[in-house]
Design a binder for this molecule. Structure first.
Ligand code: NDP
Length: 345
């Protein structure tokens, strides 16, 4: 069993030396347990937060020497559990390793679904945690109305791509922000965003203002940093800002950041324009025994099959490439949902 452990706590962006590969025997399931083989491992920005000594609050940090955590699509390869049969696929939290044990309580069995079957790894992306995050933040919290302008950064990423597409499906205008011309083209031509602005453009703030001539009604906050600065003056009264993440700050202070604290401006805007700035954690919304997640998955499955939602994946080949995959993810060197192909499905 190969596992990738946290070898050192990163300072700034993570480096390969922050990870270490260890090997050990494949564990044996005890009574009531299953042995899971990882088929696909999700890589997500929160993993950077869990590498810090103090965690983000909703999950404990990974201890030095411990296996990196992560969502997986796994196969049951041996079972001493009454309800889980060998061969079945499950959504699991096996982490960065080939094999793990589970008592079944944290597993969501994945039925093969109707033909044409979608790749099981989509359950880590559009059909899983990031897709559901977009759904909760945009539809449950922000509730965009037809004709309103929705802005999301990291627009071609795992969450942002779904935010834009769900906004369009609900009749809103979707304006994306992404790193580079290629990503922006993808956002408009493949994902159907009405516009997408390159955050590296020198006149980024001006271009964003031009693309949001009627102001911004919903800002789905994924990044913070310079994008938030450019968004604040464009927010309409009564705008909704579901706060999903602040990836620009995950590696510590931003390069070239001004010494001016932006928080007072943020709070003043929230107060004066009656903005609902609401944090949420997707895990709270999965429902009793995943009932809400299941309902969401049925709708999203249909939309993907009907071609109304495009589910792009960035596949990293092999478990040992996971550290580089996370480094690339944080640096934005990917398109769509990053998944590690650990074993053949
Ligand atoms: P992505 O696939 O979107 O990858 C991260 C992207 O962030 C990069 O591709 C890059 O896109 C962008 N980015 C990186 N650095 C910066 C920066 N300094 N300024 C602006 N953009 C930057 O990741 P996810 O879709 O998985 O996650 C998006 C956000 O959602 C994250 O903040 C994450 O923590 C959060 N999240 C929150 C959840 C919750 O429950 N609250 C659940 C899931 C995710 P580009 O180069 O194109 O700009």
């Amino acid at each position: 069993n190969r596992r990738i452990v946290l070898a050192a706590r990163p300072e700034g962006a993570p480096r390969l030396s922050d990870f270490r590969v260890e090997t050990g025997p494949v564990p044996e399931p005890a009574h009531g347990e299953v042995l899971l083989q990882t088929l696909a491992l999700s890589l997500d920005p929160y993993m950077r937060n869990l590498m810090d000594p103090v965690g983000p609050g909703y999950a404990p940090p990974v201890a030095l020497g411990e296996t990196m955590v992560g969502g997986t699509v796994s196969r049951v390869v041996a079972s001493r559990h009454p309800d889980l049969r060998p061969g079945g696929l499950v959504l699991a939290n096996a982490g960065w390793q080939d094999f793990t044990l589970s008592d079944g309580s944290d597993l969501l069995p994945l039925d093969s679904g109707s033909a044409p079957a979608l790749p099981p790894s989509l359950s880590l992306g559009a059909l899983g945690m990031p897709g559901f995050t977009a759904h909760v933040g945009l539809l449950d919290l922000a509730q965009p109305r037809p004709g309103e302008t929705v802005v999301v950064a990291a627009a071609t990423g795992a969450v942002g791509a779904n935010v834009g597409q769900l906004a369009r499906l609900h009749g809103a205008r979707a304006v994306g922000v992404a790193g580079g011309a290629d990503k922006c083209r993808h956002a408009v031509q493949v994902l159907g965003f009405d516009a997408c602005i390159d955050r590296h453009a020198p006149d980024f703030a001006q271009r964003l203002a031009q693309a949001c001539a009627q102001g911004i009604d919903v800002y789905f906050e994924n990044v913070g940093g310079a994008v938030l600065d450019a968004v604040l003056p464009l927010l309409n009264p009564g705008a909704r800002v579901p706060v999903c993440g602040f990836i620009a700050h995950y590696n510590g202070p931003m390069e070239g950041a001004s010494a001016t604290d932006q928080r007072p401006a943020l709070l003043a805007t929230v107060l004066q324009k009656r903005v609902r700035l609401q944090g949420f954690i997707v895990l709270d919304h999965y429902g009793e025994r995943f009932e809400h997640l299941r309902r969401f998955r049925e709708r999203m499955h249909r939309w993907i099959e009907e071609g109304r939602v495009h589910a792009q994946e960035h596949v990293v080949d092999g478990l040992l490439q996971a550290p580089q995959g996370l480094i690339d993810l944080l640096a934005g060197r990917h398109l769509g949902k990053t998944v590690v192909r650990v074993a053949e499905a």
